[in-house]
Design a protein around this ligand. Structure first.
Ligand code: MBD
Ligand code: FE
Length: 266
């Protein structure tokens, strides 16, 4: 059994009190209670507990932890990170993808530096994203294991360049209990398209964040997860540098985007 902990006792007791107070306020009936009971058991059995928690609560805790601090903003990790993604090496770096991976090819470049602008070499960037169909490999859909997930290190000057595809805006899985819950409360299930990152480097605080793309309709119409921060929205341009594209094995239209991550000491 877990030890008694003053803080856990305080927070847990108040959460209970808040729920009980609302049951009383709305005069919740026994049959309504049973319906909620069945729904919650269905949530547990579906395996969607991590999804449900991250959709509704992670952004609150993330903001409390990080808002107001200098450096690149963090945002939620979400339920679809997998540890031990393939370590990318060679030149150029390409996220693992199928030969005929659907979606617009994209070259994403950037730099890592500290608060004073010092480049951070040899940092580990763990990057993952949904494919063009809005699914994450290893969870939903038919992408091969490890698709669009990779880890890479920054160079001696703190920079990185990687080829991927532009992820599509997507709906979080909406045919299970989490989707049922959203429908019950009249919320859509969309998130703006995004890349996910966990960045770690010696001497710096780990950064868990996401990047979004200017012009995405769900930036305006509301991210179901509430995890967008303005300074994490980046511009995407059509790629015009043919030698860069050629170096990445791209011969055709593609997009480019960049972001410089600023890490806090830690
Ligand atoms: C996602 O892809 C995601 O990034 C978050 C935070 C929650 C649900 C699905
Ligand atoms: Fe995501």
């Amino acid at each position: 059994m877990a030890d008694y902990d003053e803080r856990v006792a305080t927070v847990a007791t108040e959460i209970l009190a808040a729920v009980r107070e609302r049951l009383e306020k709305h005069q919740v009936t026994h049959s309504e209670y049973r319906a909620a009971w069945r729904w919650l058991i269905g949530l547990a059995e579906s395996g969607e507990v991590p999804l449900f928690l991250d959709v509704f609560f992670e952004s609150v805790v993330e903001r409390l932890t990080h808002d107001g601090k200098p450096g690149s903003p963090g945002t939620v990790q979400g339920p679809y990170h997998l540890p031990d993604a393939q370590m990318l090496d060679g030149d150029p770096l390409v996220l693992p993808m199928r030969d005929d991976e659907p979606g617009t090819p994209m070259i994403f470049t950037g730099k890592l530096c500290g608060l004073d602008g010092t480049p951070v070499p040899n940092a580990l960037i763990d990057m993952w994203q949904a494919g063009n169909d809005g699914t994450y490999s290893g969870f939903v859909g038919d992408a091969p294991a490890g698709n669009l997930r990779g880890r890479m290190r920054t160079g001696a000057d703190g920079t990185f360049q990687v080829r991927t595809i532009r992820p599509a805006p997507y709906q979080i899985p909406h045919s299970g209990p989490t989707g049922e819950f959203l429908a019950m409360i009249g919320m859509h299930a969309w998130r703006p398209a995004h890349f996910h990152f966990i960045i770690t480097a010696d001497g710096y605080e780990p950064l868990i964040t996401q990047l979004y793309f200017n012009g995405d309709e769900w930036l305006e119409d509301g991210d179901v997860v509430g995890a967008v921060k303005d300074s994490l929205v980046i511009d995407v341009r059509d790629g015009t540098d043919e030698s860069l594209a050629a170096r990445f094995g791209i011969n055709g239209s593609h997009q480019v985007a960049e972001y410089d991550f600023v890490l806090r000491p830690g």
